[in-house]
Design a protein around this ligand. Structure first.
Ligand code: ADP
Length: 398
């Protein structure tokens, strides 16, 4: 074994992590998940082959602080790695705002600046930062490196990031940032390894999970994306509304007396697939259901992906490839098929048999647009960022 890097993706009720070797290859050593934070915490860690390495439950853990969980996670990792060491920790941070794009080492000042962005990403940012503070609190010597979901999109031209609002607001940072950038950075890297020709072309990457967005990439760089100032924009998601006429918000405020908290709850937690179906935010449940509103929710999800893909094809000036990734993109063959059918006009020809089994390439040999399924790996991308930043810092110091 060698020294190792830990990549952390912290949410509201769970913390996912990946442990990797710190060398050039970033070999996966273990992946873990702490679920049930605030209710019945349960930690499980698997090795790279899926064998359980350790498991722990906290019977009276409902009120436990993050520090205690991180102490347990670090304690297990240190024992598992000995005599080698953990040398760096990377964190997924959803919003870097105007100041942060490249990975940075966490300091109090950096964390304070990121704290101010919590209202722009209420489902993620507070939990991401709570994990950074807790990890730094229990292992003060370990560098905590922050990797931003907004960072990958900094290559976009101004015309793609600008809103049609007074310029002074843009100067204050009210602009489109885009999200899921750690996933898109991984997809761009992976595509360059497995299909360099497609990677150099005009590609739409579709990260379709509970959160969902599309990214228009040319030669592996982001040119446009469907999420904007916040992760509410663009596609219809599990519980988020996606793009909506801002007049609806004015109406809800003026005619229904909804305040900011009520709107936040409506748009982030009670809309999307859940809101439309009235039943579930989970694509599996909706695909299994015959209820008309469940079907309407799936139809809307597909329609909006296809519509936004058409817009991004215009941003790219044409289309050479599509990559499906994340929970729905990797697993929901009927959703991929319905999206591809709607994109036939762009030159997409689906190989139904390949799609049904989730093959790596799901377009026909003569499809003008190549369509791939590429499993994302945000933890691995975070580990790569950590390795590169630590190497650059060591070089500067020498
Ligand atoms: P998150 O954004 O929380 O990381 P995921 O990428 O795990 O989300 O995606 C979760 C979504 O993927 C859910 O809607 C879930 O129903 C869907 N999903 C996972 N597996 C399947 C499957 N086999 N068929 C259809 N949908 C699936």
């Amino acid at each position: 074994m060698s020294d190792a890097l830990l990549a952390i993706n912290a949410g509201s009720s769970s913390i996912k992590f990946g442990l990797f070797t710190a060398g050039a290859d970033i070999i996966p050593l273990a992946r873990g998940k702490l679920e049930g934070i605030g209710t019945a915490p349960h930690l499980i860690v698997h090795d790279a082959d899926g064998q359980v390495l350790t498991e722990r439950r906290w019977e009276d853990g409902a009120d436990m602080a993050h520090e205690a969980f991180f102490d347990a996670i670090f304690g297990w990792i240190e024992g598992h790695l000995a005599p080698n060491r953990l040398i760096g920790v990377g964190h997924r941070i959803v919003h870097g705002g105007a100041s942060f794009a490249d990975p940075v080492i966490a300091t109090r000042a950096v964390i304070a600046e990121l704290e101010a962005l919590c209202p722009l990403a209420p489902l993620h940012q507070p939990h991401n930062l709570a994990a950074v503070r807790a990890a730094a609190g229990v292992r003060k010597h370990l560098p905590q490196i922050l990797c931003f979901d907004t960072g990958f999109h900094r290559t976009q031209p101004a015309v793609a990031t600008r809103f049609g609002i007074p310029h002074a607001l843009e100067e204050e940072g009210v602009r489109r940032y885009g999200f899921h950038g750690i996933s898109y950075a991984y997809i761009a890297r992976r595509l360059a390894e497995i299909d360099p020709t497609m990677a150099r072309g005009r590609v739409i990457a579709a990260h379709l999970g509970n959160g969902a967005s599309l990214c228009a990439m040319a030669d592996g760089r982001s040119l446009d994306t469907t999420m904007g100032f916040t992760a509410l924009d663009g596609l219809v998601m599990g519980t988020r509304c996606g793009a909506i006429d801002p007049g609806v918000l004015l109406y809800l405020q003026q005619s229904k007396g909804m305040d900011a908290d009520a709107l936040t709850d409506l748009l982030y937690n009670r809309s999307g697939l859940l809101g439309v179906s009235g039943a579930s935010s989970d694509m599996r449940n909706l695909l299994d259901s015959d209820a008309p509103l469940a079907k309407a929710a799936v139809e809307l999800f597909v329609y909006r992906v296809a519509r936004e893909a058409g817009a991004l094809a215009s941003s790219l000036g044409g289309l050479d490839g599509i990559v499906f990734t994340a929970g729905i993109g990797e697993n929901a063959a009927p959703v991929r098929a319905a999206i591809c059918r709607r994109l036939a006009w762009l030159g997409v020809a689906l190989d139904d048999a390949a799609n049904d089994v989730g093959a790596a390439v799901i377009s026909t040999a003569d499809s003008r647009v190549r369509v791939r399924v590429v499993p994302t790996n945000e933890e691995r991308m975070i580990a790569i960022h950590v390795r590169d930043l630590l190497a650059a810092t060591a070089k500067e110091a020498s």
